[in-house]
Design a protein around this ligand. Structure first.
Ligand code: S3P
Length: 446
């Protein structure tokens, strides 16, 4: 299902200090996986702290189309009565994932490893995103692509196989979505499925599979990579899932507190999985005043409260091998870099070109529209900071990309002139409470 179809512009202007404590919503990656593993285990999975964003709700609906009984039992609390590996129903209608790359790609893995056929589709942004990277390994496992739009894009009609071949697959790019699709298809294989990635990507799928009782192990591969091995045909048992706070959503609140003079904010319960917190590492290198307090465990992940105060920042060089741990945070980092002293160079951003939008081009365009000097050199983005000041005054094109909208709204809170984004409706895909939480800290968008 797609978001509201009429674009709704929104502006942000400079504001007084942000103050208070705030808890961002549950992690999007884990929320998608909670529904999928709930579907694949026979019995009732209870989830709390779920992100109730459009992307995740589309995955919930798709799971229901494949036979799960999905019910909302309270705020962020859901139950999923699954059917188990090997017992999925063939969906009668198209699985419409709206804007959700993760939901659609992981579900392609699930369908690819079962003897059912399903049509996958979504909004204009999803229809532009490359799906060959997911379909290629699924075809190796025995699935068939019956229909596809040009270049292996949605709408796609995928015929899964009831007896997927266990394969050893080396992912062509560091992508948790590719890794997860192969593992999810491998659940129904007789034998061991192995995925090798040369740069480690987020590990939520393998962690949750192990938690549900699958035999899955991983070991280092090369300098930065991992090899993940899954034994097929496990009996997955439903387990309660408590979803920790999404560090990719927390990023906008952290950035706003760093940029707006006088701010002092505590962002509560942020998931500190090392494969997700490249942004925090980078901000600390830039001189950010971020105190990591009360580190504890929630839902099988380390979480912490982050006390963030307005900071004078300096430009840094962000190494390419950090990209998988902060792949969704480059837009907001580029906005932060616009206020730093000196140049920030973000290396190796080729994957940004195939996100909800071409984030490399769109980020540079948004910066230029707001008087910030930004250049793209090959796959690198270079931002010249304004030593605490950023002109603003621009209109930013968001190309159906929630993170572009939130990032440039944050810019407007500290820039000299207001910043306007052409559409804020997409924010609901990942962070439906963005505006109320910002209001809780004293920010009012108009
Ligand atoms: C995600 C993986 C990342 C990320 C996306 C969520 C996931 O994509 O950009 O927002 O939940 O697996 P890639 O794995 O394709 O880099």
């Amino acid at each position: 299902m797609s978001h509201a179809s009429t674009p709704s512009p929104l502006s942000a202007k400079s504001c007084g200090p942000l103050r208070g404590r705030v808890r961002p919503p549950g992690d999007k990656s884990i929320s998608h996986r909670a529904f999928l593993l709930g579907l694949l285990s026979a019995g009732e999975t209870r989830v709390s702290g779920l992100l109730e964003g459009e992307d995740v709700l589309n995955t919930a609906r798709a799971c229901a189309q494949l036979g799960a009984k999905v019910e909302r039992v309270g705020e962020g609390r859901w139950t999923i009565r699954g059917v188990g590996v090997g017992a999925l129903l063939e969906p009668a209608d198209t699985l419409d994932f709206g804007n959700a790359g993760t939901g659609s790609r992981l579900m392609m893995g699930v369908v690819g490893g079962h003897g059912i056929t399903a049509r996958f589709d979504g909004d204009a942004s999803l229809r532009k995103r490359p799906m060959r990277r997911i379909l290629d390994p699924l075809v190796l496992m025995g699935a068939e692509v019956l229909e596809q739009a040009e270049g292996g894009r949605c709408p796609i009609l995928l015929k899964g196989t009831p007896d997927p071949a266990p394969i050893e697959y080396r992912t062509p790019v560091a992508s948790a979505q590719i890794k997860s699709a192969v593992l999810l298809a491998g659940l129904n294989a007789r034998g061991r499925t192995t995925v090798i990635e040369s740069e480690a990507s987020r590990d939520h799928t393998e962690k949750m599979l192990a938690y549900f009782g699958a035999v899955v192990s991983s070991e280092p591969f090369g300098d930065h990579g991992r090899k993940i091995m899954l034994e097929g045909r496990p009996e997955l048992s439903p387990r309660p899932i408590s979803v920790p706070v999404d560090p990719s959503s927390a990023a906008f609140l952290i950035a706003a507190a760093l940029l707006v003079e006088g701010s002092d904010v505590v962002v509560e319960g942020v998931m500190m999985n090392p494969l997700r917190i490249g942004l925090v590492t980078t901000l600390l290198e830039m001189g950010a005043n971020i105190e990591i307090v009360d580190t504890r465990e929630e839902g099988g992940e380390q979480v912490a409260d982050l006390r963030v105060r307005h900071s004078a920042l300096k430009g840094v060089d962000v190494p390419a091998d950090r990209a998988p741990a902060m792949i969704d945070e480059y837009i907001i980092l580029a906005v932060v870099a616009a206020f730093a002293t000196g140049v920030t160079r973000m290396n190796g951003l080729q994957e940004l070109r195939v996100k909800e939008s071409d984030r490399l081009a769109a980020t540079a365009a948004g910066l230029l529209a707001n008087g910030v000097r930004a250049t793209i050199e090959g796959d690198d983005l270079i931002v010249e900071g304004g030593a605490g000041a950023c002109p603003g005054g621009g209109l930013v094109e968001t190309h159906l990309d929630h993170r572009l909208a939130m990032s440039f709204l944050v810019m407007g809170l500290a820039s000299q002139k207001p910043v306007t984004v052409d559409d804020e409706t997409m924010i609901a895909t990942s962070f439906p409470t963005f505006r109320p939480l910002m209001a809780q800290l004293g920010v009012d968008f108009s």
